[in-house]
Ligand binder design. Structure first.
Ligand code: UDP
Length: 195
C-alpha cells in the first residue's frame, strides 16, 4: 500500500502498520469494494521466500504484509528498522469476522479438512449470525476451476484461504481477480476457530 511505508526484512517487504491501522484500512477498502491481498508473514514464510523467487515475487504484490511472529519484530528492531507491532492472521481474521457481521458482508471460507470447515461454518452461524456465508469448501479439492467459479458466482467481500503457505498465497495470486474482495491467507486459523 502507498499509504504506509515498508521495510525490507531478508527480502520480504513488510508494511509498517498496527493492528488498528490495518483494520481501519481494510474496512475502508471493503466499503469501496477494492481488491486487496493481505499476507501475515511468519519467519517460515520469509525463509521460504528467500529460496523461491516466484513466491517472493508474489509476496511483493501483496497490498499489506504484516509481521506474524515475534521473531520478525525482534529482527526488525535489530536491523534498526522497527515495525510497530505483531499483526497475526488469526487476530486479523477475528476482527474482520466481527466487521463482516456488523456490516452484513459476504464471506467465502476456503480450506482445512472437510470436518473442520463444517464445524467452522456451524460456529460462524452461531457467533456471527449477520455475516453472510457466500460459500465454503474444504482445502482438499481436485477441481480448482470449479472452486474459482463458485467464488466468482457468489461475489464475496472477503475470501479467507486456509491452505497453509505457500499454497494459499499461490492460490490468491492466481485467482484474486475473480472477486472484488479482501483476500487473506489464514494458515491454520480455521482449525483453531473450529475448536
Ligand atoms: N490445508 C488444506 N489443503 C492442503 C494443505 C493444507 O486445506 O492441501 C489446510 C490444513 O488442513 C490446515 C491449513 O491448511 O487447516 C494449514 O495449517 P498450518 O498450521 O500448517 O498453516 P501454515 O502455518 O503452514 O500456513
Amino acid at each position: 500500500s502507498q499509504l504506509f511505508s515498508h521495510i525490507n526484512i531478508l527480502g520480504t517487504n513488510f508494511t509498517k502498520i498496527t493492528n488498528q491501522e490495518l483494520l481501519n484500512q481494510l474496512k475502508k477498502d471493503s466499503m469501496l469494494h477494492e481488491n486487496r491481498f493481505v499476507v501475515t508473514a511468519n519467519p517460515e514464510i520469509v525463509l521460504f521466500a528467500r529460496q523461491n523467487k516466484k513466491y517472493a515475487s508474489i509476496l511483493n504484490t501483496a497490498d499489506y504484509t504484516t509481521a506474524d511472529g515475534i521473531g520478525i519484530i525482534k529482527g526488525a528492531k535489530i536491523l534498526g528498522r522497527p515495525l510497530p507491532e505483531r499483526v497475526t492472521g488469526y487476530d486479523t481474521l477475528l476482527s474482520l469476522l466481527k466487521f463482516a457481521n456488523e456490516q452484513k458482508k459476504r464471506v467465502f471460507f476456503l480450506g482445512a479438512k472437510p470436518s473442520v470447515i463444517n464445524k467452522l461454518i456451524d460456529r460462524i452461524k452461531q457467533n456471527y449470525p449477520n455475516l453472510i456465508i457466500a460459500g465454503h469448501h474444504d482445502g482438499y479439492f481436485k477441481d480448482e476451476a470449479s472452486i474459482v467459479q463458485k467464488i466468482k458466482q457468489t461475489s464475496p467481500d472477503f475470501v479467507f484461504v486456509a491452505l497453509g503457505f505457500p499454497k494459499q498465497e499461490f492460490f490468491i495470486n492466481q485467482y484474486r481477480q475473480s472477486s472484488q474482495a479482501i483476500w487473506m491467507g489464514v494458515g491454520g486459523s480455521f482449525d483453531v476457530l473450529a475448536g
